[in-house]
Design a protein around this ligand. Structure first.
Ligand SMILES: Nc1ncnc2c1ncn2[C@@H]1O[C@H](COP(=O)(O)OP(=O)(O)OP(=O)(O)O)[C@@H](O)[C@H]1O
Length: 260
């Protein structure tokens, strides 16, 4: 799969009468790595859920989300689930919730792949081992046979990334994927995100509230506040010459020494 372009235009989401996204627009060229930042409750996760077609049933949505040739707003549940399986990989903050506790990691890493191809046991095992190596898991033979609780938090997140990548998505959505990890483990996971999105292998939307994380993974940044885009631009400019007060406040909240 090659990276897909994503164009979000005037995206509005209301839940039970409250407008929570109020006209969000931004675009990603194929292979772009976009950081989505903003304070708590600004609409980052809702934006990602809208792209993934995973908003709650009572959400009313309008506007447009184009991924490659496909329009996602108004698509049927069946189409959306196919698009999620084929085109979009997702990684969340806490791999423990993304992974099934009673299934071996190798099986979970190859779930999306097995939906596409008729793989026998040994082919599926080989695919799991290949994926485990691709995401830098040490001792892949052990890891693919392990259950989530038998490996470390960083290894679980690597396995979740492998699962997200297995069908070769054109877009990877990551919602605070390093927040639950300690700093050294975090560094390795960010390096992995850079590696798996290198050479335009897939586009990336990466949600974070941590600007140091942002600086290391994103090329471009969209800043959300109260359901609206208040600023967007290249990461270097956003971090060194923020224009909007919300962006400035996010940068001022950074610990001393980690500012750009
Ligand atoms: N299912 C829901 N029902 C009602 N309101 C919701 C629902 N999901 C989110 N919201 C509200 O929508 C707003 C945006 O939420 P969202 O989760 O997108 O914020 P966020 O920017 O990801 O914040 P955080 O950094 O705290 O995760 C918040 O005010 C939140 O309370």
């Amino acid at each position: 799969m090659t990276a897909l372009p994503l164009v979000v235009s005037d995206l509005r989401v209301a839940i039970r009468g409250t407008e929570l996204l109020r006209g969000v627009s931004f675009a990603l060229a194929p292979g772009d790595r976009l950081g989505l930042i903003g304070g708590s409750g600004s609409g980052k996760t809702l934006t990602a859920l809208a792209i993934a077609g995973l908003l709650p049933d009572d959400a009313e949505t309008s506007g447009s989300i184009r991924l490659g040739e496909r329009e996602l707003i108004g698509a049927s549940d069946r189409d959306l689930s196919e698009i999620r399986g084929d085109l979009i990989g997702m990684v969340f903050q806490e791999p423990r919730t993304a992974l099934n506790p009673v299934r071996r990691l190798g099986r979970q890493m190859t779930e999306a792949l097995a939906q596409h191809y008729d793989l026998d046991r040994s082919e599926r095992r080989d695919a799991a081992l290949r994926l485990a190596r691709r995401v830098g898991l040490d001792d892949p033979e052990r890891i693919v046979r392990a259950y989530p609780h038998e490996v470390s938090g960083g290894q679980r997140q690597r396995a979740a990334i492998a699962a997200a990548l297995s069908a070769g998505p054109g877009l990877l959505l990551a919602d605070e994927p390093t927040t639950a990890l300690d700093v050294t483990v975090q560094r390795g996971i960010l390096e992995l995100f850079r590696a798996v999105t290198a050479d335009d292998a897939c586009s990336l939307v990466f949600i974070t509230h941590d600007l140091a994380v942002l600086a290391s993974v994103a090329d471009r940044v969209v800043v959300l506040d109260d359901g609206l885009v208040v600023e967007h631009g290249p990461v270097g400019r956003i971090l060194t010459a923020p224009e909007h007060r919300v962006t400035r406040a996010l940068i001022e909240a950074l610990p001393e020494g980690s500012r750009a």
